[in-house]
Structures are given as C-alpha cells and as structure tokens.
Write a protein that binds this ligand. Structure first.
Ligand code: EPZ
Length: 418
C-alpha cells in the first residue's frame, strides 16, 4: 500500500490547474445510460473513482474507448439493463445513480444496497421514495434493490432533505418519463446544474436547476452528448487551503471562483488575501490566521467536502472556533489524527471545538476517507518535521496525482510503498 512522506514547513508558491470534477464526471458518465447515440467527454480526471465507474458501466453493455488522455468516448449502441454488483457499489456509493436511468429506459434495474460508509449511514430512501411515486415497484432481496416499472410517470416529489445524488437520480429517471416531474427541495449544487445542462444537450427538457425547484418534462428519446467536465470545486478549495496553511501564495487556474465562494469568504475572514478573476483564484497568506467558525450546509453553504481541510487550517489560528457538521453524522475522523499531530480539538457530537496551537508536529497518521486524507496531507505540509500519511488510496479516489501537483508548488511530498 502506498503512503505519503511529507517534509513539512515549506510555504507553497505558484500556480496549479484544477482538474475536472469527480462529482460531475460520475453523473455525466451515468447519463450515457440514457443516450441513444455516442457520448464524448474531455477533461476527465484520472481517478480511482472514474475507473471504478467505467467498470460499472461496462456491466450494462457500454463500450468505453480512450481516444486520448483525459478523453472518453462511449459507444451506447448495445446498452442494456443489468445488475450493479455489491463489490462495485460498496466501494463507490455514487453507483446507486444508475438506478433511475436504467429503470426509466428499460423498466427494470437491480442495484446492490450500498450499506453504511466511513462518514455515515447514508440511506437512499429519498431515491426510492421518488421512484415509487413515479410508479416503480421496488423490493429489496438479498441486499439488492429490485426495481420494475412500465413507463415512469411524471409526479411532484418533495425531498425530506437535500440530497445531491437523489436529485440527480430522479432527474435522470424523469428525463424519459411520461409527463412532467417537479422536484421540490432539490439540491442546488453546481453538479446538479451541470447534469441538467447535459440532459438538455441530449434533447431533454429540464428547467430550474440551481434553484430548489427543478422541473423535468419527459421526452421519448435522448441523444448522445459531447462535454468537457467542469473544474473540481473541492479540489480547488483544497489547493486554496494548502496555500493558506503553509503561509504561501497559490493561484488555482481554470477553476470557477463562484463555486468556492463560501470558502473564499471564510478565508478572507481568517485574514487571507483572496483575489479572483474569471477562471482563477489566488490565496496569499498575510499575517496571523484568525479563527473562523463554520457550519456545513448544502450549496451554496459551506461544503461538507471541505470541512476537514478547513478544520486543519483552524488548528493553527490565533484563538478558538467551532466547526459544525450538519450533512454527515460521522465526519470528524480526521480530528483524532490531527490531535496526534499536536492540534487541540474536542469533538462534541456534530461540533468540533478547535483551539489554535502555535504549530503542528509531524507524525504517522492514517487516512480514513477521501477528504479526511486531504486534510492530513495539508496538516503534514504545515507541520514541523516529517509526516507519514497512510492509506492514500483514499485520496487517489478524488485527487489526481496530488503529490506531483503539490510538488510543482514547492511541497516536499513523496509517494512511497509501506
Ligand atoms: C454527494 O454525496 C457527494 N458525492 C459527496 O461527496 C458530498 O459529500 C455530498 O453529496 C454532500 O455534498 C457525489 O457527488 C458522488 P447526499 P451524496 O445524498 O449525494 C442523507 C466526496 O468526498 N440522505 O446529498 O451521496 C445522507 O445520509 C463525497 O466527494 C438520506 O438520508 O450525498 C446525508 O446525510 C463524499 N436519504 C445527506 O442526506 C437519502 O435518500 C446528504 O446526502 C439521501 C441522502
């Protein structure tokens, strides 16, 4: 197993380009199950999750080609329904997104129930409730969801909580349903709008994405698509914090500054100089870090996917703050590891109280999930001495060659075998 060896304490300086978004790539790939025609993607991030997802799509007859690096061409001419197996769904919960498209196109889909994961129970009741309201008959057998339907019918669905994947799943199901579906309390994350634009390019009729009410008028057929994957806002935010925590000066190019605005505002409150242009954002460290409390929320609120990284930054602030996690019930596993590096953090249910310390010290730490591992890398970059971050396969799920890109900014980080 690979691990990162980080020699901390160097201020990061320079520019880095944002990669294509993981959480946009997965629904774009999923939408190819709806396509009657070829699909082409560019700026596809080279990630473990992308690879796993392509394996899943192959189960449904899609033929994947890679005409060039970061490009994928999908031949959908032999697409069919099938089963999303436990082994793939278990490692990547986003796999559940194939349920809506397969069901609406073929009238039948079987998908393993994902089960819990490191950051929480993560049920999918809202996906199932919506599909049932559209006319699906759903039973659970041997750990698998077995869904059957004639043509799904457009209905009004009101989500009990904001769910990003649930919104995407039902949008795709509704795209080929009979009549109009209205999703209320829909997720407003940029990745939802990206999917809506894609469905419209394929011949769908989706309006309201980016607001809490999305309307989808079903059509009889969707064609293929050609799309460049938009930049990853969580990766952008992680690089911004890398600049901040090392007292450096980092510019992220080819990003969408609006997508990281909630972070930008908090970084400014913390005393950083953050400037932005059309497609870049620059973080310049400027004097001592001030403590800033945050509470995660659905977009446009502060993203849960940057909570761990922001907590790491706050471990070095001059004073105390509270970090509250409202989206997932178990997303503080990085806190105990940060404490091992000298941080002063006390967790109390869904709130972590962070008292800033003078410095962090290098240690052996263990990554437990994707964003927690990013936060430990950030801690290692800022710490005095050497840090070893174990189980970096978590970080490879969502950050493309992060160590090489951090090195271009001057970081001393190496990938080594355990
Ligand atoms: C997406 O997960 C992202 N994943 C996550 O990114 C991200 O943390 C999350 O949205 C929140 O922004 C992808 O886009 C692939 P949810 P998702 O459904 O869609 C509860 C990362 O690090 N809920 O919005 O699975 C659920 O348990 C990952 O890149 C139900 O109770 O999240 C959670 O508490 C991790 N019932 C909350 O809602 C449901 O039917 C939000 O979940 C659905 C969700």
């Amino acid at each position: 197993m690979d691990q990162f060896l980080i020699h901390g304490g160097k201020a990061l300086r320079g520019g880095v380009e944002a990669a294509g978004s993981k959480n946009a790539t997965l629904p774009i790939l999923t939408a190819s199950l709806l396509a009657d025609g070829p699909c082409r993607l560019s700026r596809v991030p080279n990630l473990r999750d992308t690879e796993t997802f392509l394996k899943l799509l192959a189960e449904f007859g899609l033929r994947i080609e890679r005409p060039a690096p970061r490009r994928i061409a999908i031949d959908t001419s032999e697409v069919r329904t099938g089963t999303a197996p436990y082994d793939l769904v278990r490692t990547m919960r986003a796999s559940v997104m194939v349920l809506g498209p397969l069901l609406t196109r073929f009238g039948r889909a079987q998908v393993s129930l994902p089960g819990g994961c490191a950051i929480g129970a993560r049920p999918i009741d809202q996906h199932l409730k919506g599909l049932e309201a559209m006319g699906a008959e759903i039973s659970i057998k041997d750990g698998y969801i077995d869904a059957r339907a004639g043509r799904l019918k457009g209905v009004r669905v009101s989500f009990d909580m904001v769910t990003v994947t649930g919104t995407k799943n039902l949008m795709m199901a509704a795209a080929l349903a009979e009549g109009t579906t209205v999703l209320e309390n829909a997720a407003q994350e940029p990745e939802v709008s990206i999917l809506a634009d894609l469905l419209n390019q394929m011949g769908g009729r989706v309006t309201g994405a980016g607001t809490p009410i999305i309307e989808i008028e079903g059509v009889d057929r969707l064609g293929g698509y050609e799309v460049g994957v938009p930049p990853d806002r969580i990766e952008t935010g992680t690089f911004m914090i890398a600049g901040a925590i090392t007292g450096g000066d980092v510019t992220i190019h080819r990003c969408i500054p609006e997508h990281v605005r909630s972070l930008t505002l908090r970084l400014r409150e913390a005393g950083l100089d953050v400037t932005e242009g059309n497609d870049w954002v620059r973080v310049l460290a400027n004097g001592p870090l001030q403590p800033v409390s945050i509470k995660t929320a659905a977009y446009p609120g502060f993203p849960t996917d940057l909570q761990a990284q922001f907590m790491t930054l706050m471990t070095l602030a001059r004073g105390s703050c509270a970090i509250s996690e409202t989206i997932f019930e178990n997303r503080f596993m990085h806190a105990a590891e940060l404490v091992r590096m000298g941080a002063n953090i006390a967790t109390d249910g869904r709130t972590a109280h962070v008292e800033g310390v003078e410095s962090l010290a290098g240690a052996h730490v263990m990554a437990t999930d994707l964003r927690a591992s990013a936060s430990l890398v950030l801690a290692g970059l800022a710490a005095k001495g050497d840090t070893i971050v174990r189980r970096v396969y978590h970080i490879d799920r969502g950050y493309e060659r992060i160590e090489e890109r951090l090195r271009t900014l001057g970081a001393e980080i190496e990938r080594v075998s355990e």
